[in-house]
Design a protein around this ligand. Structure first.
Ligand code: NAI
Length: 221
């Protein structure tokens, strides 16, 4: 499929479309109008039309969107119609939690190995995935065609490991360490910070409380 430049904002919204379309398929829905999808997703219908028009307008006037087709096209755009081999560096709490989650495989992300420096962890097997010494990192990456590395190690260790990953040919880092990594232009980094998400939640709940307080003041006057 021809890849045209799509804005980051649209790409950012595609996984959510993909999730909703997956649910529609499970419910046996074959086609859906932008208005119906809008009501479900709480996004305006015009936003949906604009977003999906980026990919050559899968929607037809008076017919709506063919759910399966749209689902499969979005999966191609996101590259999750292909298998991605993944490794996890840092087999502690977070690394093991990711390894234990089975649904990534359904999206084509296959966790091939885990790495750690702790001798107590090396040799353990989590859901069929062996924890290896980080000394074996480079060889393993080359032998197993690894594309993505998840970094679940302390932030002080992350830059050194990121350099090793880049030198070993890794093109994508899923970074959970709380530090911004410096990598060459041809390497992509996706930072995931659960605490930032929580802070946004905190902001929203506090502003709702403030609004509530405001109303309360008015009504008491
Ligand atoms: P943990 O201490 O349970 O696991 C860290 C693991 O990394 C340990 O097993 C340790 O032996 C290993 N490690 C340390 N240096 C290493 C190296 N050079 N190479 C390979 N392995 C190495 O910690 P936890 O709870 O799993 O958290 C891991 C990291 O992820 C921490 O830095 C934490 O701050 C961060 N974190 C980030 C979150 C996010 O949303 N971004 C959420 C939770 C944790």
């Amino acid at each position: 499929m021809e890849r045209k430049e799509i804005s980051k904002a649209v790409i950012g919204r595609l996984p959510r479309y993909y999730r909703y379309l997956g649910e529609l398929i499970e419910e046996g829905v074959e086609r859906i109008s932008s208005n119906e999808l809008s009501a479900r997703m709480k996004v305006t219908a015009s936003q949906i039309r604009q977003d999906l028009n980026n990919f050559g307008g899968f929607g037809q006037q008076g017919y709506g969107y063919n759910v399966k087709y749209l689902y499969s096209e979005i999966s191609k755009i996101l590259g999750i119609d292909q298998q991605h081999n993944v490794i996890i560096i840092g087999a502690g709490n977070l690394g093991q939690a990711i390894a234990n989650y089975t649904n990534f495989e359904r999206r084509g992300f296959v966790i091939k190995g885990m790495f750690d420096i702790n001798p107590k962890l090396i040799g353990l097997v989590i859901r069929g995935i062996e924890i290896r010494s980080v000394d074996d990192l480079e060889t393993f990456i080359k032998d197993n065609e690894i594309q993505i590395a998840a970094l679940t190690i302390p932030k002080t260790k992350a830059p050194e490991i990121a350099d090793r990953l880049v030198n070993a040919g890794i093109k994508a880092i899923w970074n959970f360490a709380h530090t911004d990594l410096v990598v060459p232009d041809d390497v992509v980094v996706e930072n995931v910070h659960l605490s930032e998400s929580l802070m946004r939640l905190s902001y929203r709940v506090c502003s709702m409380q403030d609004q509530g307080d405001g109303k309360g003041e008015k009504s008491s006057k």
